[in-house]
Write a protein that binds this ligand. Sequence first.
Ligand code: NMX
Ligand code: MLT
Length: 434
Amino acid sequence: MSQLKDTLFRKIEEQRPRVTRLLKEYGQVELDKVTIAQAIGGVRGVKCLVTDISYLDPEEGVRFRGKTIPETFAALPKVPGSEYPYVEGFWYFLLTGEVPTMEQTLEVVADFQARRPVPQYVFDALRAMPRDLHPMAMLSAAIVVMQGESIFAKRYNEGMGKGDLWDPMYEDSCNLLAKLPAIAAYIYRLKYKGDTPIPSDPELDFGGDFAHMMGIAPPYDDVARMYFILHSDHESGNVSAHTTRLVASALADAYYSLSAGVNGLSGPLHGLANQEVLRWIQSKMEKLGGKLPTEEELERYLWDTLNSGQVIPGYGHAVLRRTDPRFSAQMEFCEKYLPNDDLYRLVKMLYKVAPKVLQEHGKARNPWPNVDAQSGVIQWHYGITQYEYYTVLFAVGRALGVLANITWDRALGYPLERPKSITLDMMEKTAGIQ
Ligand code: NMX
Ligand code: MLT
């Protein structure tokens, strides 16, 4: 057994009695109550999901396994000559809560390298799709087309006990994760680079190989590492994480579950917002004949967007009430590597103007930027100008978090998720409306 799997198993055995005790002795303790506004309003704020992989504080932002973003970047082993950690070491950390040594990290790197080859039929399936299909639809289809590879589905059909199901879920998760960079890069080069796929370099790590297969020189390898880690997890109530978990709760395997989660991520209020930010900015610049808008022009554009009933992409959040630290981490990168980039200057101007406008507008509970307000600019700078592709990058990162979550869901035996519905009549009756 690998050191990662061994450590994971030890952690699972530590956590199981905690779940049993909570259920047996404290099962009736109330965590929250639900109002009509919450039932109608997307279950916002109701504390009814469990995960230890990450936690989102409204003021502070995300912590992965108890560590803030800067703490996470500082703690994990770095790729020699790079500023950002191995994605493989981060996977170890997300799964176990333990910071791996370099040796443990390199063991995962080697394990992923062995799991990396993508079946030819995936590429054939991608090639058979219309070239103008959205890359998120291509990614989702490429994931689900591999469902026949699922070890979980095979073991389940053979009658594996519930308590052991985490093992094939872990195996499927590692197999899937290791293949995602090659699939994502293939989609990019098929659609936008004249069908010129670049084969994987078996010596490289997850982020390095992705940059290599995209055909983009350093420091894009570090951009990829940073990007995948930042987008990995945001506790389990967001649409992509929740969808993945919900589907997996019916004991669907990782292929079905992740494909479903990717579909959720493709919504413009969720992961697609990173493409929308660029589309929104570019459309203004086009109207100005390629010029950067002034602060006054930008303010007017914000009002025009709001007055036409549209949202300002990249701003607002269902939980956060401050600037997203994932936005700040990317801003730090931009300050270092692309301080004079025109689009970055525009994003900075937007950060100055938009919160004020949104506050004055008075609807959004959070007028501050989220992760998506910044991420496209970095991609654009390194040559990925096809902004409809950005959410695919988000999805590769998000896979780390949601696959860690569903592995743990099976380990702790979490049941089928099935909340209860009521009718409007029942709600009015409860509210005392005659
Ligand atoms: N621009 C304009 N209006 C907004 C914005 C925004 N950026 N954010 C929230 N509102 C509106 C929202 O549409 C709602 O209006 P109404 O009452 O007419 O339905 C009102 O403000 C209250 O919404 P909130 O409670 O502040 O936000 P909610 O939790 O419902 O939604 C988002 C959260 C993220 C969906 C929302 O802020 C939004 O649409 N933002 C723009 C899209 C975006 O950036 N999404 C990416 C989120 C991060 N991610 O990667 O997933
Ligand atoms: C995410 O990373 O999933 C988004 O910020 C949305 C969320 O957390 O609700």
